[in-house]
Design a protein around this ligand. Structure first.
Ligand code: PAF
Length: 279
Protein backbone atom coordinates (compact mmCIF):
# COMPACT_ATOMS: atom_id res chain seq x y z
CA UNK A 1 0.00 0.00 0.00
CA UNK A 2 1.29 3.45 -0.89
CA UNK A 3 0.88 6.07 1.81
CA UNK A 4 0.62 9.51 0.25
CA UNK A 5 0.18 12.86 1.92
CA UNK A 6 0.50 15.39 -0.89
CA UNK A 7 -2.30 16.16 -3.34
CA UNK A 8 0.13 16.32 -6.29
CA UNK A 9 1.66 12.93 -5.47
CA UNK A 10 -1.81 11.44 -5.12
CA UNK A 11 -2.82 12.78 -8.54
CA UNK A 12 0.39 11.35 -10.08
CA UNK A 13 -0.26 7.96 -8.50
CA UNK A 14 -3.90 7.76 -9.64
CA UNK A 15 -3.54 9.32 -13.11
CA UNK A 16 -5.49 7.33 -15.71
CA UNK A 17 -7.51 5.32 -13.17
CA UNK A 18 -11.15 5.29 -14.22
CA UNK A 19 -12.72 2.94 -11.65
CA UNK A 20 -11.28 4.17 -8.37
CA UNK A 21 -13.38 3.23 -5.33
CA UNK A 22 -12.84 5.58 -2.42
CA UNK A 23 -13.54 5.26 1.31
CA UNK A 24 -12.96 8.49 3.27
CA UNK A 25 -12.39 8.05 7.02
CA UNK A 26 -11.10 9.91 10.04
CA UNK A 27 -9.04 6.88 11.09
CA UNK A 28 -9.24 4.81 14.29
CA UNK A 29 -10.46 2.06 12.01
CA UNK A 30 -12.77 -0.67 13.29
CA UNK A 31 -14.63 -3.54 11.64
CA UNK A 32 -17.29 -1.12 10.41
CA UNK A 33 -14.70 0.77 8.35
CA UNK A 34 -13.23 -2.49 7.08
CA UNK A 35 -16.67 -3.56 5.88
CA UNK A 36 -16.74 -0.33 3.83
CA UNK A 37 -13.39 -1.29 2.23
CA UNK A 38 -14.79 -4.74 1.34
CA UNK A 39 -17.89 -3.20 -0.23
CA UNK A 40 -15.69 -0.75 -2.15
CA UNK A 41 -13.80 -3.72 -3.63
CA UNK A 42 -17.04 -4.97 -5.20
CA UNK A 43 -17.60 -1.65 -6.95
CA UNK A 44 -14.21 -0.56 -8.22
CA UNK A 45 -10.48 -0.97 -8.48
CA UNK A 46 -8.12 0.34 -7.15
CA UNK A 47 -9.30 1.00 -3.60
CA UNK A 48 -8.23 4.32 -2.11
CA UNK A 49 -8.84 5.10 1.56
CA UNK A 50 -8.21 8.39 3.30
CA UNK A 51 -7.48 9.22 6.92
CA UNK A 52 -7.98 12.85 7.85
CA UNK A 53 -9.42 14.20 11.08
CA UNK A 54 -11.25 17.16 9.61
CA UNK A 55 -11.16 20.16 11.93
CA UNK A 56 -13.87 21.93 9.89
CA UNK A 57 -16.57 19.51 11.02
CA UNK A 58 -15.90 19.80 14.76
CA UNK A 59 -17.59 22.46 16.88
CA UNK A 60 -15.47 24.58 19.29
CA UNK A 61 -16.49 22.41 22.27
CA UNK A 62 -16.27 19.07 20.49
CA UNK A 63 -13.64 16.33 20.62
CA UNK A 64 -11.25 17.33 17.77
CA UNK A 65 -8.19 17.30 20.05
CA UNK A 66 -8.98 14.04 21.77
CA UNK A 67 -10.38 12.26 18.69
CA UNK A 68 -8.53 8.90 18.69
CA UNK A 69 -5.56 8.84 16.30
CA UNK A 70 -4.18 5.33 15.75
CA UNK A 71 -2.30 5.67 12.47
CA UNK A 72 0.10 2.69 12.72
CA UNK A 73 -2.69 0.24 13.60
CA UNK A 74 -4.90 1.72 10.85
CA UNK A 75 -2.16 1.23 8.24
CA UNK A 76 -1.82 -2.44 9.21
CA UNK A 77 -5.57 -3.00 8.83
CA UNK A 78 -5.74 -1.29 5.45
CA UNK A 79 -2.74 -3.29 4.17
CA UNK A 80 -4.61 -6.48 5.05
CA UNK A 81 -7.69 -5.27 3.15
CA UNK A 82 -5.67 -4.80 -0.03
CA UNK A 83 -6.05 -1.02 -0.15
CA UNK A 84 -3.87 0.38 -2.95
CA UNK A 85 -3.39 3.94 -1.75
CA UNK A 86 -3.89 5.50 1.66
CA UNK A 87 -4.25 9.25 1.29
CA UNK A 88 -3.27 10.72 4.65
CA UNK A 89 -2.78 14.45 4.21
CA UNK A 90 -1.69 16.76 7.01
CA UNK A 91 -3.82 19.84 7.63
CA UNK A 92 -1.23 21.84 5.67
CA UNK A 93 -1.52 19.42 2.73
CA UNK A 94 -5.30 19.59 2.53
CA UNK A 95 -5.81 23.17 3.68
CA UNK A 96 -2.56 24.95 2.66
CA UNK A 97 -4.40 28.24 3.00
CA UNK A 98 -7.50 29.00 5.01
CA UNK A 99 -10.41 27.11 3.43
CA UNK A 100 -12.65 30.09 2.71
CA UNK A 101 -14.90 28.48 0.10
CA UNK A 102 -17.35 26.15 1.85
CA UNK A 103 -20.18 23.91 0.71
CA UNK A 104 -23.50 24.98 2.21
CA UNK A 105 -26.01 22.11 2.45
CA UNK A 106 -29.66 23.14 2.07
CA UNK A 107 -31.38 24.31 5.28
CA UNK A 108 -34.01 21.58 5.43
CA UNK A 109 -31.43 18.79 5.23
CA UNK A 110 -28.38 20.40 6.83
CA UNK A 111 -29.91 22.15 9.82
CA UNK A 112 -32.15 19.39 11.14
CA UNK A 113 -31.31 16.38 13.38
CA UNK A 114 -27.49 16.32 13.60
CA UNK A 115 -27.33 19.77 12.00
CA UNK A 116 -29.54 21.24 14.72
CA UNK A 117 -27.33 19.92 17.53
CA UNK A 118 -23.99 20.33 15.73
CA UNK A 119 -24.21 23.68 13.90
CA UNK A 120 -21.80 23.82 10.95
CA UNK A 121 -21.13 20.08 11.06
CA UNK A 122 -22.46 19.30 7.59
CA UNK A 123 -20.78 22.32 6.05
CA UNK A 124 -17.50 20.91 7.39
CA UNK A 125 -18.30 17.41 6.14
CA UNK A 126 -19.39 18.40 2.64
CA UNK A 127 -16.49 20.82 2.23
CA UNK A 128 -13.90 18.16 3.04
CA UNK A 129 -15.71 15.45 1.06
CA UNK A 130 -15.86 17.68 -2.03
CA UNK A 131 -12.16 18.46 -1.63
CA UNK A 132 -11.24 14.79 -1.11
CA UNK A 133 -13.30 13.85 -4.18
CA UNK A 134 -11.48 16.52 -6.16
CA UNK A 135 -8.14 15.01 -5.06
CA UNK A 136 -9.03 11.31 -5.55
CA UNK A 137 -11.52 11.66 -8.45
CA UNK A 138 -13.28 8.40 -7.57
CA UNK A 139 -15.92 6.76 -9.73
CA UNK A 140 -17.59 5.40 -6.58
CA UNK A 141 -17.34 6.22 -2.90
CA UNK A 142 -18.70 4.21 0.03
CA UNK A 143 -20.47 5.79 3.02
CA UNK A 144 -22.02 3.94 5.98
CA UNK A 145 -25.71 4.12 6.81
CA UNK A 146 -24.67 4.59 10.43
CA UNK A 147 -24.26 8.28 9.49
CA UNK A 148 -27.56 8.29 7.65
CA UNK A 149 -27.95 12.03 7.28
CA UNK A 150 -24.32 12.43 6.16
CA UNK A 151 -24.87 9.75 3.51
CA UNK A 152 -27.96 11.50 2.19
CA UNK A 153 -26.36 14.96 2.18
CA UNK A 154 -23.24 13.72 0.37
CA UNK A 155 -25.39 11.87 -2.17
CA UNK A 156 -27.49 14.99 -2.82
CA UNK A 157 -24.36 17.12 -3.09
CA UNK A 158 -22.99 14.79 -5.78
CA UNK A 159 -26.27 14.95 -7.67
CA UNK A 160 -26.64 18.73 -7.52
CA UNK A 161 -23.02 19.44 -8.46
CA UNK A 162 -23.13 16.70 -11.14
CA UNK A 163 -20.03 15.09 -9.60
CA UNK A 164 -18.98 11.96 -11.50
CA UNK A 165 -18.96 9.90 -8.30
CA UNK A 166 -21.61 7.34 -7.40
CA UNK A 167 -22.31 7.06 -3.67
CA UNK A 168 -22.69 3.49 -2.39
CA UNK A 169 -24.44 2.93 0.96
CA UNK A 170 -23.06 0.31 3.35
CA UNK A 171 -25.20 -1.30 6.05
CA UNK A 172 -24.39 -0.40 9.65
CA UNK A 173 -21.92 -2.81 11.24
CA UNK A 174 -23.05 -3.84 14.73
CA UNK A 175 -21.44 -5.65 17.66
CA UNK A 176 -23.13 -8.91 18.71
CA UNK A 177 -25.19 -7.02 21.30
CA UNK A 178 -26.50 -4.59 18.65
CA UNK A 179 -24.34 -1.53 19.37
CA UNK A 180 -23.41 0.20 16.11
CA UNK A 181 -19.61 0.33 15.79
CA UNK A 182 -18.18 3.83 16.11
CA UNK A 183 -14.78 5.28 16.93
CA UNK A 184 -16.44 7.16 19.78
CA UNK A 185 -17.47 3.88 21.49
CA UNK A 186 -13.95 3.80 22.91
CA UNK A 187 -14.84 6.75 25.18
CA UNK A 188 -17.41 4.54 26.99
CA UNK A 189 -16.57 3.17 30.45
CA UNK A 190 -17.20 -0.60 30.91
CA UNK A 191 -20.54 0.17 32.60
CA UNK A 192 -21.55 2.56 29.83
CA UNK A 193 -20.51 0.02 27.20
CA UNK A 194 -22.86 -2.48 28.86
CA UNK A 195 -25.68 0.08 28.74
CA UNK A 196 -24.98 1.35 25.21
CA UNK A 197 -26.93 -1.33 23.24
CA UNK A 198 -30.12 0.17 24.69
CA UNK A 199 -29.98 2.83 21.97
CA UNK A 200 -30.41 0.21 19.23
CA UNK A 201 -33.02 -1.64 21.34
CA UNK A 202 -35.10 1.52 21.69
CA UNK A 203 -34.92 2.12 17.92
CA UNK A 204 -35.98 -1.47 17.27
CA UNK A 205 -38.94 -1.00 19.62
CA UNK A 206 -40.01 2.19 17.79
CA UNK A 207 -39.68 0.43 14.41
CA UNK A 208 -41.72 -2.54 15.68
CA UNK A 209 -44.52 -0.22 16.86
CA UNK A 210 -44.67 1.59 13.51
CA UNK A 211 -44.68 -1.71 11.62
CA UNK A 212 -47.54 -2.86 13.86
CA UNK A 213 -49.54 0.17 12.72
CA UNK A 214 -49.06 2.52 15.70
CA UNK A 215 -48.71 5.80 13.87
CA UNK A 216 -48.70 8.41 16.67
CA UNK A 217 -45.18 9.44 15.77
CA UNK A 218 -44.63 12.06 18.46
CA UNK A 219 -45.92 9.72 21.18
CA UNK A 220 -43.51 6.98 20.00
CA UNK A 221 -40.58 9.42 19.88
CA UNK A 222 -41.40 10.77 23.35
CA UNK A 223 -41.76 7.28 24.85
CA UNK A 224 -38.37 6.25 23.42
CA UNK A 225 -36.66 9.39 24.79
CA UNK A 226 -38.22 8.81 28.21
CA UNK A 227 -36.99 5.21 28.20
CA UNK A 228 -33.42 6.33 27.48
CA UNK A 229 -33.56 9.14 30.06
CA UNK A 230 -34.78 6.64 32.68
CA UNK A 231 -31.52 4.72 32.16
CA UNK A 232 -29.21 7.70 32.55
CA UNK A 233 -29.03 8.89 28.93
CA UNK A 234 -29.44 12.49 27.77
CA UNK A 235 -31.19 12.17 24.42
CA UNK A 236 -30.79 14.97 21.85
CA UNK A 237 -33.46 13.52 19.57
CA UNK A 238 -35.28 10.40 18.52
CA UNK A 239 -37.09 11.22 15.34
CA UNK A 240 -39.10 9.32 12.77
CA UNK A 241 -38.49 10.77 9.31
CA UNK A 242 -39.18 10.05 5.67
CA UNK A 243 -36.28 8.11 4.19
CA UNK A 244 -36.50 10.08 0.94
CA UNK A 245 -35.70 13.53 2.36
CA UNK A 246 -35.41 13.18 6.17
CA UNK A 247 -38.44 15.44 6.71
CA UNK A 248 -41.15 14.54 9.27
CA UNK A 249 -43.87 12.38 7.71
CA UNK A 250 -47.36 13.86 7.30
CA UNK A 251 -50.45 11.89 8.36
CA UNK A 252 -50.99 11.12 4.66
CA UNK A 253 -47.40 9.79 4.35
CA UNK A 254 -47.97 7.50 7.33
CA UNK A 255 -51.21 6.11 5.98
CA UNK A 256 -49.77 5.66 2.48
CA UNK A 257 -46.92 3.57 3.93
CA UNK A 258 -44.15 6.06 3.03
CA UNK A 259 -40.71 4.53 3.69
CA UNK A 260 -39.41 5.75 7.04
CA UNK A 261 -36.29 5.78 9.16
CA UNK A 262 -35.96 6.44 12.87
CA UNK A 263 -32.84 8.38 13.86
CA UNK A 264 -31.40 9.02 17.30
CA UNK A 265 -28.62 10.88 19.06
CA UNK A 266 -28.07 10.62 22.79
CA UNK A 267 -25.33 11.21 25.31
CA UNK A 268 -24.23 8.51 27.73
CA UNK A 269 -21.87 10.17 30.20
CA UNK A 270 -19.56 12.28 28.04
CA UNK A 271 -20.04 10.15 24.93
CA UNK A 272 -22.51 11.18 22.26
CA UNK A 273 -23.78 8.22 20.22
CA UNK A 274 -25.91 8.24 17.08
CA UNK A 275 -27.81 5.40 15.44
CA UNK A 276 -30.75 4.83 13.14
CA UNK A 277 -32.95 2.10 11.75
CA UNK A 278 -34.86 1.92 8.50
CA UNK A 279 -38.45 0.97 9.17
O1 PAF B 1 -17.80 9.85 8.45
C1 PAF B 1 -16.64 10.31 8.61
O2 PAF B 1 -15.72 9.63 9.10
C2 PAF B 1 -16.35 11.75 8.20
O3 PAF B 1 -17.45 12.57 8.39
C3 PAF B 1 -15.82 11.86 6.75
C4 PAF B 1 -16.86 11.42 5.75
C5 PAF B 1 -14.56 11.03 6.59
C6 PAF B 1 -15.50 13.33 6.44
O4 PAF B 1 -14.52 13.82 7.30
Amino acid sequence: MKIISSIDDLRDQLRGQLRTAFVPTMGNLHDGHLSLMRLAKKHGDPIVASIFVNRLQFGPNEDFDKYPRTFAADVEKLEKEGVYVLFAPTEKDLYPEQQEFRVQPPENLGNTLEGEFRPGFFTGVTTVVLKLFSCVQPSVSVFGKKDYQQLMIVRNMCRQFALPTEIIAAETFRADDGLALSSRNMYLSPQERAEAPRLAQVLNAVAAEVRAGHLDVSMLEQKAMTELAAHGWQPDYISIRRRADLQPPSAGDLHRGELLVVLAAARLGVTRLIDNLEI
